[in-house]
Write a protein that binds this ligand. Structure first.
Ligand code: UDX
Length: 446
């Protein structure tokens, strides 16, 4: 919304949320999320044509187009628990829009939702309207990635807009095309029917996650055979039909979208009786869970089959670099497993604060209070590594490429084991400096 406000100074963009603390933060100098370049954009547009407010009703009433951007978490109970999307926030947003609206409104699904949700939204809107309002529902999924959000929004590969084929549906699509068309070339604006648009978002994320699980599955084979997964990825990705992106082996993908969306797709397939399709996609998540476990198993095996009483330094807790987001981060599972092995864990991340790390581990089932002595969050990588038996890199922060490795080596216990889950440290140099390095997708034997 900030990017729309920035690119279209003549439009008034109101971001409304019931959460007072969040809105207060959006109106302050300390935005509630870290995203490179976002501060400048918000600063430029805020107060001019970008407004953050808790007055949700007024925001709905005064707007011609309403982007529904509420959370769609995985259902925690009942039918589809652990897989299906919980649409309670979508439904309550639609009910509120119906109650408050006058005249004609275009309601845009921005949240990632299962196919056919537009039809549910339309039913709720039309059966609850009080003031004779009319509605058109569009689907406009968001493809930005965290850490590169501003660039992704400024110069997107494509903008997808799904709408109804009726004449008022086509008018609504055209109204949204007109907004994006201010800065996105027309040939990148893809218009489709509603169901194709809704499904494409899930499928795009499933394909991306599938590529990572594919290369991660091959990383295990590389470790077993002496092949190097980065070299294999380079050779395979050089085929223009395959392409080089999203082939970086890792300790496992995280983030708020991939697992949730793949499971959502799996549930969708199951509910249409497509068992084989559901099983096929489920393996993308299955391999990812295995990759995280496998990483810890390698650590245990290498550290003479026990981590009990050993000190492990973990560098990186965010699910990827350039974000403070930890949702579904591989680090949560890895640290939980290390603590379950009775290791002492010292964690450093340049952006994630201590309270978030402790809360994430607690939610993952770690009794943080009980483990006070075995869990430490450090403010720099060197104090995390000092006195450690092993170092594990779990996020690919650029600053980890610049570490003073001789200093770390001399401060660690020997043998100084390094487990690089992101392949960011210089393997040959680590060896030369006297470390015992393990890099994901690279054999210990070579
Ligand atoms: C993703 C999609 O990329 C984006 O289009 C969608 O809108 C939201 O979900 P995001 O989760 O922000 O975006 O980050 P992304 O860059 O896709 O990374 C997801 C995870 O995959 C991270 O944990 C990342 O480290 C991991 N990853 C990514 C790999 O392990 N290897 C890769 O080659 C790429």
């Amino acid at each position: 919304m900030s990017m729309i406000a920035r690119q279209c100074p003549d439009l008034r963009v109101t971001v409304a949320d019931f959460n007072e603390d969040r809105i207060k933060a959006w109106n302050s100098d300390e935005l509630p999320i870290y995203e490179p370049g976002l501060d400048e954009i918000v600063e430029e547009a805020r107060g001019r044509n970008l407004v953050f407010t808790t007055d949700v009703r007024q925001a709905i009433e005064s707007s011609e187009m309403i982007f529904v951007s509420v959370g769609t978490p995985t259902k925690a109970h009942g039918i589809g628990a652990g897989r299906a999307a919980d649409l309670k926030y979508i439904e309550s947003a639609a009910r509120l829009i119906a109650e408050v609206s006058h005249g004609h409104k275009i309601v845009v699904e921005k949240s990632t939702i299962p196919v056919k949700t537009a039809s549910a939204i339309r039913t709720i809107l039309t059966s609850n309207t009080r003031n004779g309002a009319t509605f058109e529902v569009l689907s406009n999924p968001e493809f930005l990635a965290e850490g590169t959000a501003i660039e992704d929004l400024r110069d997107p590969d494509r903008i997808l807009i799904g709408g109804d084929p009726s004449s008022s549906g086509r008018d609504a699509v055209e109204a949204l095309v007109e907004i994006y068309g201010r800065w996105v070339p027309r040939d990148r604006l893809i218009t489709t029917n509603l169901w194709s648009s809704e499904l494409s978002k899930l499928v795009a994320n499933a394909f991306l996650a599938q590529r990572i699980s594919s290369i991660n599955s091959i990383s295990a084979l590389c470790e077993a055979t002496g092949a190097d997964v980065d070299e294999v990825a380079r050779a395979v990705g050089a085929d223009s039909r395959i392409g080089p992106k999203f082939l970086k082996a890792s300790v496992g993908f995280g983030g708020s979208c991939f697992k949730k969306d793949v499971l959502n797709l799996v549930y969708l397939c199951e509910s249409f009786g497509l068992r084989e399709v559901a099983d096929y996609w489920y393996q993308v998540v299955g391999i990812n869970e295995w990759q995280k476990r496998r990483f810890v198993e390698t650590m245990v095996r290498t550290l003479f089959n026990t981590l009990s009483g050993k000190r492990i330094a973990v560098l990186g807790f965010a699910f990827k670099k350039d974000t403070d987001d930890t949702r579904e981060s591989a680090a949560i599972q890895v640290c939980t497993d290390l603590l379950a092995e009775h290791a002492s864990v010292t964690i450093y991340d340049p952006r994630v604060d201590e309270a978030t790390i402790r809360q994430d581990l607690e939610e993952a089932g770690v009794d943080v209070g009980d483990l006070a002595e075995r869990l430490e969050v450090c403010s720099d990588p060197y104090s995390a590594a000092a006195g450690a038996h092993a170092l594990a890199v779990l996020t690919e922060w650029d600053e980890f490429r610049e570490l003073d490795l001789p200093r770390i080596q001399s401060d660690m216990l020997k043998p100084a084991f390094v487990f690089d889950g992101r392949s960011v440290l210089p393997y040959e140099e680590l060896k030369r400096l006297g470390f015992e390095p393990f890099t994901i997708g690279r054999s210990l034997r070579v």
